[in-house]
Design a protein around this ligand. Structure first.
Ligand code: PMP
Length: 335
C-alpha cells in the first residue's frame, strides 16, 4: 500500500469538499453547491490566500528567515497568515478593526499573533486598518506587508486552486457561480478561471448592504448606503484583485436574509456557517431563481459559524440589532 501523507500542516490547505446543499437543491429545482472552505486548517477560505502570498513573498525575496509578516485584516487572513508564519518560522503582526468578533480577536492572540486593534474608520482616514498595517510594516525591520487587497498572489491562489477544484469537482457541469467580495481575491480568481473554461457560466456578485460594489457594477459609480452585520466582505473601492473578476451581474442581500439563511442551513442541512457564507448562499438561491430549474450553481462557504456565536447566532445580540429570524421556509428571499 502506498503512503498518502500530507507533508506539513500548511500543505493541508485546500482540496475542500464541494457539498450539494440538499434542502436548497430540492427547494429551487437546481443543484446548489457550496465549497466547504470552513474545513481549511485555519477555518476559512483565506488560508489559501495567506499561504500563497507567503510562498510568493519567499520566492521574491521579500520575506527572509526570522522576518515578520504584517497584515491589516478583518481576521481570517490574519488567522491563516499566523498559522503559516508559525509553521515557517516568522512572527506575525495583525492589525484589525476593533468591531470584529471577539472570537476572531481572541483566536488570533491564542495562535500567537501580535494583535493591534484600530478604531473603525473609512478607507480615506489614516486610522483605517489598511494604512495602519502599511505603516507598521514600514517601521519594522525585515517585515513583509502582505497587502491582500492589492497583492495579486491573493486572487492567484484562487485562480490556481479554488477554481480548478470547483471545475473538476463539478465535472465541468456548472451553469453559475456567485459570491460576495472582500478583497476581491476569491471572486477575482474564481470567475477569471471559470470564464476561461466556459464563458457561458453565469458569474455574479452578491453584495451586502453598506458595500459600494453593487452600485459600481450596475451604475459605474460607488455608492454605499447603510451597514451590514456581515464580516470580511463589502468594500467601497475596486482593488487589483477585484479587477480580475469577470462578472455578468450583481445581487444585493440584506442582514435579515443572512440570518434567516444561516438558521435555515443549520436546521435543514446541519451546515453551521458564518455570515458571508450565508450571504453567498442567498446569492446562490437568487441565481437559481434567475436561471430557472435544472441548473447547477456553486458558491463559497467562506468560514464556519463558530466564529460568530456571540453575534449572528446569539438571539440577544440579534434582538439589539432589530434582527430576529422568523421565516419558516425560504419566503425571506421573495423580493
Ligand atoms: N468571508 C469572510 C468571512 C472573509 O473573512 C473574507 C475575507 N475578507 C471573505 C469572505 C472575502 O474573501 P475575499 O477577500 O477573497 O474577497
Amino acid at each position: 500500500m502506498a503512503r498518502n501523507i500530507c507533508i506539513g500542516f500548511t500543505n493541508s490547505v485546500g482540496n475542500t469538499p464541494l457539498i450539494a446543499i440538499e434542502s436548497l437543491s430540492a427547494a429551487t429545482g437546481c443543484t446548489i453547491l457550496g465549497k466547504a472552505e470552513f474545513l481549511n486548517p485555519g477555518g476559512s477560505v483565506k488560508d489559501r490566500a495567506a499561504l500563497y502570498m507567503v510562498l510568493e513573498a519567499e520566492k521574491a525575496g521579500l520575506l527572509k528567515k526570522g522576518g515578520t509578516i504584517v497584515e491589516g485584516t478583518a481576521g481570517n487572513t490574519g488567522i491563516g497568515l499566523t498559522l503559516v508564519a508559525n509553521a515557517r518560522g516568522y512572527r506575525s503582526v495583525i492589525v484589525m478593526p476593533s468591531n470584529q468578533s471577539t472570537e476572531k480577536i481572541e483566536l488570533l492572540r491564542t495562535l500567537g499573533a501580535e494583535v493591534e486593534l484600530t478604531n473603525p474608520a473609512p478607507f480615506s482616514s489614516p486610522e483605517n486598518y489598511y494604512h495602519v498595517a502599511k505603516k507598521r510594516a514600514e517601521g519594522l525591520e525585515n517585515a513583509f506587508w502582505a497587502n491582500q487587497f492589492e497583492n495579486i498572489a491573493n486572487s492567484e491562489a484562487h485562480y490556481r486552486t479554488t477554481a480548478p477544484e470547483i471545475w473538476q469537482q463539478s465535472g465541468g457541469e456548472l451553469d453559475g457561480v456567485v459570491m460576495a467580495s472582500g478583497t476581491g481575491g476569491t471572486i477575482g480568481g474564481v470567475t477569471a478561471y471559470l470564464k476561461e473554461q466556459n464563458a457561458a457560466i453565469a458569474t455574479y456578485l452578491i453584495d451586502p448592504t453598506g458595500s459600494g460594489l453593487y452600485s459600481y457594477l450596475t451604475t459605474g459609480e460607488f455608492k454605499a448606503e447603510g451597514s451590514s452585520i456581515t464580516e470580511g466582505i463589502g468594500i467601497n473601492r475596486a482593488t487589483a484583485n477585484f479587477n480580475r473578476a469577470r462578472l455578468d451581474g450583481a445581487f444585493q442581500g440584506t442582514d435579515q436574509q443572512v440570518i434567516e439563511m444561516a438558521q435555515y442551513l443549520l436546521k435543514h442541512d446541519g451546515l453551521f456557517v458564518g455570515s458571508s457564507a450565508a450571504l453567498n448562499v442567498v446569492g446562490a438561491v437568487k441565481l437559481a431563481r434567475k436561471l430557472g430549474k435544472g441548473h447547477t450553481i456553486a458558491t463559497i462557504l467562506c468560514d464556519g459559524g463558530g466564529r460568530y456565536q456571540s453575534r449572528m447566532y446569539n438571539p440577544e445580540w440579534l434582538a439589539e440589532k432589530g434582527l430576529t429570524p422568523i421565516a419558516k421556509g425560504l419566503e425571506f428571499l421573495d423580493d
